[in-house]
Design a protein around this ligand. Structure first.
Ligand SMILES: [Zn+2]
Length: 111
């Protein structure tokens, strides 16, 4: 069993070993994980419910997307797939392009 210091010194080697182990035993690990999930379904659901309740504010926290819309972190992937996002991004970029054009026009006047 590798220790913490051994792991830090040989991180790449350990990662490579873990990756080859996972690739080699993929069907077995998948079956084990499915079995575990099946056996502990109630515990896992209770844990997830508790986590959602504990981190309600963090989950529902609104963040600003690049397009300018305010979306909760949980809904970000859904928002990125909507038509609203690219449309708003294009609109924003056009505004930026106009601002840049105005800046260059005023800059030319100064020269
Ligand atoms: Zn967006």
């Amino acid at each position: 069993m590798p220790t913490a210091t051994y792991y830090q010194e040989n991180k790449e080697k350990c990662c490579e070993h873990s990756k080859t182990y996972r690739d080699k035993n993929k069907p077995l690990l998948s079956a084990v994980n499915k079995e575990y999930a099946k056996k502990n379904k109630d515990n896992i659901n209770a844990y997830r419910k508790k986590y959602r309740e504990k981190n309600k504010e963090k989950i529902n926290e609104k963040i600003m997307c690049l397009c300018g819309a305010y979306i909760s972190k949980a809904g970000m992937w859904k928002h990125l797939k909507t038509i609203r996002h690219p449309k708003a991004l294009l609109f924003r970029n056009n505004i930026c392009a106009k601002k840049i054009q105005r800046f260059y026009k005023s800059y030319k006047r100064l020269i």
